[in-house]
Write a protein that binds this ligand. Structure first.
Ligand SMILES: Nc1nc(=O)c2c([nH]1)NC[C@@H]1CN(c3ccc(C(=O)N[C@@H](CCC(=O)O)C(=O)O)cc3)C=[N+]21
Length: 297
C-alpha cells in the first residue's frame, strides 16, 4: 500500500504561501496580473482556463482572459500577443496549447515577451533553463519537483526514469533534475517511443515519471518494489459519467499502487501543481517587473 501524494493539498499550501508575496507587492502598490489566451473552443482548454482564472481570484492575482476566434488568421492572435506584451497590468500570460492547425504554436511562443512567458516555453527561457540560469521553471516540471520535495523524496543520487520527451514536460524536467541543485543531482534517463526495452529502464528507477499521454500504459511489470511513481498524464477517456468522460493517468494506478512506495493519483496529483506553479511564475514575473523583492515558496 503506497502513500498517496496529495497534489491538491500541496498546491493549496503553495497558494497560501504565495499570498504573503502578493501582500508584499500590494504594500508596494502593485498587483500581479495574469492573462490567459484561448484560440478556438477546445472543451478541455476551456476547463483549464476557467480553473486558472479561479486560482487567480483565490490568491489575489488579477486575472484577464482573451478569446480569439478559432477561424481567425494567425495575425489576429499576434496582435493580441503584441498588446499583452505592451500591457503593464499583465505581468505574465500564456497562450493555451493547442492552437488551431493553421497556426504554428512555435511561432506564437517566439512572439511572447520572454519576461512575461510564465509557461517558460519561449526559446530564451528554454535556453536559460538548459544553461542553468533559469528564469521561469515550466509549470509542470516545477510542480513535480515541489511534489517530490513535499513528500520528502530525495532526488540527489536517485535514478529517475522519465517516460516521454515532450517540450513541456519530459525535456525540461530532465534538465532540471540533472542540474547541480538541491532539487536536482539526479541520474536521469529519458525514454520515448523508440526506446528499446522500456520496462528495463522503468524498473531501474527510484523515481518513475510518466508523461506520455497514453492511458494506463505503465503497468505493474514495469515498476519495481518501492518505486516513487509520478503520473503526469491527464487523459480524457470516454466513460458513462455525467461529463461523458473520465480522467485517467499514464499509470495503471490500481495495478501499480501496491508496488510503489509513493504514488500520485489522477486527478488530484500533478495537475493542481501545474496550476499552482503558474501562479508562482506570475508572482515572480510581477516581482521582477515591479522591482519589488518577495519571498517565494
Ligand atoms: N500554454 C499552456 N500551458 C499549460 O500549462 C497547458 C496548456 N497550454 N495546455 C494544456 C496543458 C494541460 N494543463 C493542465 C493543467 C492543470 C490540470 C489540472 O488542474 N487537472 C486537475 C483536474 C482536471 C479536471 O478536472 O479536468 C487534476 O488533475 O486534478 C490539467 C491540465 C496545462 N496545460
Amino acid at each position: 500500500m503506497a502513500e498517496h501524494i496529495d497534489g491538491n493539498a500541496v498546491a493549496a499550501e503553495i497558494r497560501s504561501e504565495l499570498e504573503g508575496a502578493i501582500e508584499t507587492l500590494a504594500d508596494a502598490g502593485a498587483r500581479p496580473g495574469l492573462a490567459t489566451v484561448l484560440m478556438g473552443d477546445d472543451p478541455a482548454s476551456q476547463t483549464y482556463v476557467n480553473m486558472k482564472q479561479r486560482d487567480c481570484e483565490e490568491v489575489g492575482i488579477e486575472g484577464h482572459h482573451i478569446d480569439v476566434d478559432g477561424d481567425a488568421d494567425p495575425e489576429t492572435l499576434y496582435e493580441t500577443i503584441d498588446s499583452l506584451n505592451a500591457d503593464d497590468d499583465v505581468h505574465g500570460y500564456l497562450v493555451q496549447d493547442p492552437v488551431p492547425d493553421h497556426v504554428d504554436y512555435r511561432e506564437v511562443i517566439r512572439r511572447i515577451a520572454p519576461e512575461k512567458d510564465v509557461d517558460g516555453f519561449h526559446p530564451e527561457n528554454v535556453g536559460r533553463l538548459v544553461a542553468g540560469d533559469t528564469r521561469f521553471r515550466p509549470c509542470t516540471p516545477h510542480g513535480v519537483q515541489k511534489l517530490l520535495e513535499a513528500s520528502d523524496v530525495e532526488t540527489e543520487g536517485a535514478d529517475v526514469t522519465i517516460v516521454g520527451r515532450s517540450r513541456i514536460v519530459g525535456k525540461p524536467l530532465a534538465n532540471l533534475l540533472v542540474q547541480k541543485a538541491d532539487d536536482g543531482n539526479a541520474t536521469v534517463t529519458v525514454c520515448h517511443s523508440r526506446t528499446e526495452d522500456l520496462a528495463a529502464k522503468t524498473r531501474q528507477a527510484d523515481i518513475l515519471v510518466a508523461a506520455v499521454g497514453v492511458p494506463n500504459m505503465i503497468d505493474e511489470s514495469m515498476v519495481s518494489e518501492g518505486t516513487v511513481v509520478i503520473d503526469v498524464g491527464i487523459n480524457r477517456v470516454d466513460a458513462d459519467t455525467e461529463k461523458g468522460y473520465e480522467l485517467v493517468g499514464d499509470v495503471d494506478f490500481d495495478a501499480v499502487e501496491p508496488k510503489a512506495s509513493k504514488i500520485t493519483p489522477v486527478p488530484g496529483g500533478v495537475g493542481p501543481m501545474t496550476r499552482a506553479m503558474l501562479l508562482y511564475n506570475t508572482v515572480k514575473a510581477a516581482s521582477i517587473q515591479e522591482g519589488v523583492e518577495v519571498d517565494l515558496p
